[in-house]
Design a protein around this ligand. Structure first.
Ligand SMILES: Cc1cc2nc3c(=O)[nH]c(=O)nc-3n(C[C@H](O)[C@H](O)[C@H](O)COP(=O)(O)OP(=O)(O)OC[C@H]3O[C@@H](n4cnc5c(N)ncnc54)[C@H](O)[C@@H]3O)c2cc1C
Length: 463
């Protein structure tokens, strides 16, 4: 009986498409609600599912890179998104880069052909009864945003428009930096401070104002508010703006007793302090420019970035407060969230969250006994760890990176550490799968499917 109740998946983006596939391929009926093309978002330009709104890169494909590991884990469950990406890949060096039209055409055609998927093209403004997965992304339509806001309490749905870069602590030369809080407040050593002399600051300012930036969408131009201007925009407004804003030196004296002209503050990003957030450094500079410009800062010559800065509209909930480890709303567990609205960041991570939600619902429907969430030593489990175990007061979206995983209890050099994380993840995922048997599903694409932009010949099969 329970197995025949449809699951309503709202939003056929990266997360919703993957979630619907994982469910439908396991025989669970899905109603997939998508508002495009009837109602478009400001960033999408087609009615296709899983449209990539910006870059066509799904990040590193190196199996020891956290993003590469996440792809392997998703593939082991038969991910539609990764399958379609591989079938639509174009040369991209170490990254998995796709022909975006073929990619989304394949995903659309696959879901359209599945007998267990009913597609409804309309904007959802009220949450349906029964099992619901909300996967409406960073540009969730305003009416539905309001509904979710009401459900959670209005102060807890965040509109987030800026992301500051995160740097790997062990890639910095900290000999000239010092731990301290402004005016000695808080714990006294909450920030790692990077002091700049006047000459150093002027040189850095010059780099900022001449760096290449990503052009804004028209809708984004209206969305910036003064509290989260990109750093290069602030720099353009005047040479003294930053030392009176995010780089203000007030209340910070260097250990040698000098007063810096400007200070960059780095705040710990994870529990182990292995990653540091560049406070107030939200930016629209191109990633290559961020690397180049920030490496001119004192102690940053070899800086490695776990995440680059971005500025765009984003809708996400305060997940540590509202989600359980199975992506269910604590307040109303029949409603699950998947994708960027949960506070994961990026195409790949959003699809991964959709996949996991699909798996959990399938396990719930197919097994009598209780099951455990994916281990936090795996990439799939690490995303949920970030969502549910972060401090709700400082929760920020994140891409997959090893800083989100349960820590390794050994000290290793960077290269070996990555390999150790990946190996541990593979072992622990295999153990979880043996314990809670869940068959993989196989997306099969016909050779000509993407070319004629329509169909897949062979429906997915349960392996
Ligand atoms: C301007 C911009 C640029 C970005 N650039 C990048 C990038 O370069 N790389 C990257 O990895 N990520 C980027 N992102 C983030 C990217 O959007 C997400 O990583 C990813 O698309 C999120 O997947 P999702 O499934 O959660 O949401 P989406 O892929 O956005 O899918 C959500 C779907 O829900 C639909 N929907 C919304 N409201 C309703 C409703 N009420 N009823 C029915 N359907 C609805 C939408 O039409 C959409 O199809 C960008 C985001 C924005 C806004």
């Amino acid at each position: 009986m329970g197995r025949t109740r449809p699951v309503h998946v709202i939003g056929a983006g990266l997360a919703g498409s993957e979630c619907a596939f994982q469910l439908a391929a396991r025989g669970i009926p899905v109603v997939l609600h998508e508002m495009r093309p009837e109602r478009m978002t400001p960033a999408h330009s087609t009615g296709r599912f899983a449209e990539l709104v910006c870059t066509n890169s799904l990040r590193s494909d190196d199996p020891e890179h956290a993003a590469g590991l996440l792809k392997r884990e998703m593939e082991s469950f038969g991910s539609l998104v990764i399958g379609a990406a591989r079938a639509s890949a174009v040369p991209g060096g170490a990254a998995l880069v796709v022909d975006r039209d073929r990619f989304s055409a394949r995903i659309t055609a696959t879901l359209e052909r599945m007998p267990t998927v009913t597609i409804e093209r309309h904007e959802v403004t009220e949450l349906p009864d029964g099992d619901v997965v909300v996967a409406t992304g960073p540009l969730t339509s305003p009416d539905l945003t309001e509904r979710i806001q009401e459900l959670l309490g209005s102060r807890h749905l965040y509109f987030y428009d800026s992301i500051a870069p995160i740097v790997e602590a062990d890639s910095l030369d900290t000999s000239r930096m010092f731990w301290a809080s402004r005016y000695g407040k808080g714990e006294g050593d909450d920030y790692l401070n990077v002091p700049l002399t006047r000459d150093e600051y002027l040189a850095f300012h010059q780099q900022l104002v001449t760096a290449e930036v990503i052009e804004l969408h028209d809708f984004e131009r209206n969305l910036f508010f003064e509290g989260c201007l990109p750093i290069e925009e602030m720099a353009r407004r005047g040479v003294d703006v930053l030392p009176h804003g995010p780089m203000k030196p007030a209340g910070l004296t260097a250990p040698d007793g000098t007063q810096p002209h400007a200070v960059l503050q780095l705040r710990q990003e994870n529990l182990s302090r292995s990653q540091l957030n560049m406070v107030g450094f939200q930016t629209r500079m191109k990633w290559s420019e961020q690397r180049r410009v920030f490496r001119t800062l004192p102690g940053f010559a070899d800086a490695k970035f776990a995440r680059f800065g971005q500025v765009h509209r984003n809708t996400f909930i305060n997940a540590p407060q509202h989600l359980d480890e199975f992506y269910r709303l604590r307040k109303e567990p029949r409603i699950r969230l998947a994708g960027q609205i949960t506070g994961v960041e990026g195409y790949l991570e959003s699809a991964a969250a959709g996949l996991v939600v699909g798996l959990y619902i399938a396990l719930e429907r197919h097994t009598e006994s209780a099951f455990e969430p994916l281990p936090t030593t795996t990439a799939l489990g690490a995303l949920a760890r970030h969502l549910t175990q972060s401090d709700p007061r400082h929760f920020q979206p994140s891409n997959i990176q090893y800083g989100l995983f349960s820590e390794l209890n050994m000290r290793l050099p960077r290269r070996k550490r990555r390999a150790a994380y990946a190996e541990r993840a593979r072992g622990d995922l295999a153990t979880w799968r043996r314990k809670f048997e869940i068959p993989a599903v196989v997306p099969v694409f016909a050779d000509d499917e993407a070319r004629d932009d329509s169909r897949m010949d062979v429906p997915p099969e349960v392996a």
